[in-house]
Design a protein around this ligand. Structure first.
Ligand code: DAK
Length: 260
């Protein structure tokens, strides 16, 4: 894979993606957004045996400190909308990816960084991670889905408070609020994310993809999640994997899923 702002490694079925703009605290400029879109529409799809993706930030200070503020002054209403659309496209691709995507949050996750983490299926935070939507400090609002996704995770009252005050919260508070799945010692974020993905990798891949799709459907106004679950259950039960899962249970052995 050939990117300017993303470092990638692929090992044991896990694609580790590092946002690599450490001097700018890994701020998401437009080039990085374009690279994420390419990654989730082309490069990741070519990987044989991909089980899951981890997204993290370079260095010890930041996961992603936001959209790149230095690019904002160049935007007018028209280019601002294009910019917003591209960001939404990238984050929707992540949210709807059919393999689990985990954010390993190793420091500041602010603005677009918090939004990127929230688009992932799960979040593992280091003890020193900080989350926030501080856009109002700049006279703007969140532009990559933050008003919607933060509200889903933490509820309306806390989402209002975080967006309106621009306050940052610590990792333990994010855990208490349900924004992150786990808090781990600094430096162990990726290891914990790998541990989770290794566990998921032992399950049936078709079932994992369907579970992601059905859970996401809860938040889609134009999809009936219950209907989708019924359809998806039917699709799963008819797979070789489902037969293997039931046979393995009866034979008291681990299932050997093939993803079909
Ligand atoms: N963009 C660009 N550069 C950034 C940056 C950012 N978001 N955050 C930090 N940097 C750069 C700093 O400018 C500095 O660069 P130099 O001055 O060394 O060249 C370097 O990273 C180190 O930062 P600091 O010197 O500030 O480091 P400190 O430890 O003192 O402070 C901090 C760390 C994270 C508290 C501070 O850097 C900070 O407050 N950063 C900004 C955080 C922030 O406000 N983030 C939200 C950005 S707004 C939209 C789409 C998306 C969005 C909005 C609209 N549409 C398409 C409509 C999203 C908006 C945002 O994310």
């Amino acid at each position: 894979m050939n990117f300017t702002n993303l470092l990638t490694t692929f090992e044991n079925g896990i694609l580790l993606v590092t946002i690599n703009r450490e001097k700018a605290l890994n701020a998401l400029n437009q080039q990085t957004i374009s690279e994420l879109i390419k990654l989730f529409t082309e490069d990741a799809l070519m990987l044989q045996g991909l089980k899951g993706v981890i997204i993290t930030g370079a260095g010890e200070k930041a996961f992603v400190a936001g959209a790149d503020i230095k690019e904002f002054s160049k935007l007018d209403a028209e280019s601002g909308k294009i910019f917003a659309r591209r960001g939404h496209e990238a984050f929707n691709l992540i949210e709807n990816f059919d393999k689990p995507v985990i954010a390993a949050v190793n420091g500041f996750a602010l603005g677009g960084g918090c939004e990127l983490a929230m688009a992932c299926h799960m979040r593992v935070a280091g003890e020193k991670a900080r989350f926030g939507q501080p856009e109002v400090n700049l006279g703007i609002i969140a532009g990559y889905g933050g008003t919607q996704r933060l509200t889903r995770y933490v509820g309306k009252a806390k989402s209002m408070e975080l967006h309106l005050t621009a306050d940052m919260i610590k990792a333990d508070e994010a855990l208490r609020l349900g924004l992150v799945n786990h808090v781990v010692p600094v430096g162990e974020e990726v290891t914990k994310a790998k541990e989770i993905l290794a566990k998921v990798a032992t399950k049936g891949p078709v079932a994992i993809a369907k579970a992601i799709e059905c859970i996401n459907a809860y938040y889609k106004k134009n999809v009936n999640g219950f209907d989708l679950e019924i359809e998806s259950f039917g699709d799963c039960i008819d797979t070789e994997d489902a037969k293997e899962g039931a046979t393995a249970f009866v034979e008291k052995r681990a299932a050997n899923f093939k993803g079909r």
